[in-house]
Design a protein around this ligand. Structure first.
Ligand SMILES: NC(=O)c1ccc[n+]([C@@H]2O[C@H](COP(=O)([O-])OP(=O)(O)OC[C@H]3O[C@@H](n4cnc5c(N)ncnc54)[C@H](O)[C@@H]3O)[C@@H](O)[C@H]2O)c1
Length: 281
């Protein structure tokens, strides 16, 4: 039986594609025959306490995709900027004729409690993590409706299925992604389009491996190292592993983009080392 993991003649659009999970997705789809469209803001935010991707990172993803023999269209843009997202989707349509698969992956992590979080931090995390997903799905939906086909994948988080201390911004933003995913799934179901979310646990990317997060995890140490932080990260999971690899998310994204999942829509797939066992069915 063919699970349909062949993406020749498909076009995939991935936001936040300069590094981390977005890059892993881009290369994996290209290796399976898809042409790729990526964007990334490629600049830091005063509200985000670790470095975001750079233009060099974006160029490196383009290089890796092109090294597979596939085409790669890229743009430096913030997914909170709807006209910029619409413009890139229009360029993709002009160049490739369509977008078949969209992965709304761009996002930021912020730490803060309800009594201390600034409105600037709240606005950043909602803009990047929720409005950006709304803009991505909204921009690709008309073309997918026209062609009667589409696979949309959003990236929530294990923190989108629970609350937590210091999660006054990130958890609501990722919880909102699930509500948006389920609503869009119903809007788009009549048109042959599926919309599903992945809820990752701790994933080994620059979002996790940075001094700011290390200090939040080990406030008792002046310069915590990964060895100091790993046990705390592991305690957030149920299975005894501190982080998962980005490829573990990519494998699920490939499945949710394939024919094998044609009749799965509006679901949330946790890839979270067992955290799903702690939240409601
Ligand atoms: N790493 C984890 O532990 C983890 C866990 C759960 C969910 N996630 C989610 O996975 C997704 C990918 O994150 P990652 O782990 O690869 O981290 P990452 O920081 O390496 O990658 C995120 C990318 O998104 C880009 N980006 C951020 N805001 C943007 C915006 N508004 N417009 C355009 N680009 C933007 C960044 O520059 C960066 O390149 C994010 O949505 C994140 O919230 C990550």
């Amino acid at each position: 039986m063919d699970s349909g993991n062949d993406f020749r003649d498909r076009v995939v659009f991935i936001t936040g594609g300069a590094r981390g999970q977005g890059r892993t997705h881009a290369v994996a789809f290209a290796q399976r025959g898809a042409d790729v469209v990526i964007c990334d803001r490629c600049e830091d935010s005063p509200a985000v306490k670790y470095p975001l991707a750079t233009e060099e990172d974006l160029a490196e993803t383009v290089r890796l995709v092109e090294a597979t023999g596939r085409k790669c269209l890229s743009a430096k843009l913030n997914t909170a900027d709807r006209p910029a997202v619409d413009e890139l989707v229009a360029r993709a349509h002009a160049e490739f004729g369509k977008i078949d698969i969209a992965i709304a992956n761009a996002g930021v992590s912020v730490i803060g409690s309800i009594d201390t979080m600034s409105i600037e931090t709240w606005n950043e995390v909602i803009a990047s993590n929720l409005t950006g997903v709304f803009n991505t799905l909204g921009a690709v939906a008309p073309g997918m409706i026209e062609r009667g086909y589409g696979r949309c994948i959003t990236i929530s988080s294990m923190m989108g299925r629970q609350g937590g201390t210091q999660q006054a911004g990130y958890s609501p933003s990722k919880w909102g992604v699930i509500g948006l995913t389920k609503s869009a799934a119903q809007d788009l179901a009549p048109h042959g389009i599926t919309v599903n979310a992945i809820a990752p646990g701790n994933i080994s990317t620059p979002m996790v491996h940075n001094d700011a997060l290390y200090s939040v995890m080990r406030p008792d140490l002046e310069k915590p190292t990964w060895d100091d932080v790993a046990p705390v990260m592991q305690s957030l999971h149920v299975q005894p592993v501190p982080v998962l690899e980005p490829e573990e998310i990519t494998r699920v994204a490939l499945f949710l983009a394939a024919e094998a999942s044609a009749h799965m829509t509006g679901i949330v797939v946790p890839v979270d080392a067992g955290v799903a066992s702690r939240v409601t069915a």
